[in-house]
Design a protein around this ligand. Structure first.
Ligand SMILES: [Fe+2]
Length: 235
């Protein structure tokens, strides 16, 4: 560039800056909005030993759940009109989502929602169901042991990957299942207790023995969380 050209260029840039206030200021790089993130785990990886082993917890949380979060965020980035919606709103109204990302949000958003609940539904040495929840559970299924037997029987028979749930369907408590990462929210049901029966939830410790995993899982069900969730239902 000659001196004359350089002067001309400088003059043009100066003129542009005068016309557009702030044009010469450094343009800040926008921070990308990342709508969803991995929620904190309410305990350490080894705190549910020996029922759920530390390695399974670590891989399940840091790899599987993280992947659902990452892929959900990619889907939201591809349909930015959905930014700001809660995960519950997205999953409750799947049919109103853009076709372009509906399946991704169903799978990865469902994975994020289901796992976020699942971590909270686990605790060592929880007290048993109580209050209105304890009463309604007994009225619906018999005693706690009867409920556990009915739930376990359904969970062990799920073909392939999915979840077993205790939900409220608007009329009362029911046991139901969902395939893959589908969530009861999409059927208008309120999930109270969920059991992940994907092999990634138990294979490292229990190998192919899903019934053993379910038996161990009952020892770390956080009934306090479920009782509290039932009390807050509809609020
Ligand atoms: Fe899982």
């Amino acid at each position: 560039m000659t001196r004359r050209q350089a002067l001309k260029t400088t003059a043009l840039v100066t003129a542009a800056a005068a016309a557009v206030p702030g044009a010469m200021a450094q343009v800040p790089v926008p921070t990308p909005i990342i709508p969803f993130s991995l929620p904190p785990l309410p305990y350490g990886f080894n705190d549910l030993e020996p029922y759920i082993d530390a390695r399974t917890m670590e891989v399940h949380y840091t790899k599987h759940h993280q992947a659902y979060v990452d892929n959900l965020n990619k889907a939201i980035a591809a349909t930015p009109e959905l930014t700001g919606k809660t995960i519950e709103a997205l999953l409750t109204h799947l049919n109103s989502l853009p076709e372009k990302t509906r399946t991704a949000i169903r799978n990865h958003g469902g994975g994020h929602y289901n796992h976020s609940l699942f971590w909270q539904m686990l605790k060592k040495n929880s007290s048993l169901p109580s209050g209105a929840f304890g009463d309604d559970l007994t009225k619906t299924f018999g005693n706690l042991s009867d409920f556990k037997n009915q739930f376990s029987e359904i969970a062990v028979k799920i073909f392939g990957s999915g979840w077993a749930w205790l939900t409220h369907d608007g009329k009362g408590l029911i046991i139901e299942t969902t395939p893959n990462q589908d969530t009861p929210l999409s059927a208008g049901h309120y999930p109270l207790l969920g059991l992940d029966v994907w092999e990634h939830a138990y294979y490292l410790k229990h190998e192919n023995k899903r019934a053993d995993y379910i038996g161990d899982w009952w020892s770390v069900v956080n009934w306090e969380f479920v009782t509290d969730r039932y009390a807050k239902m509809g609020s």
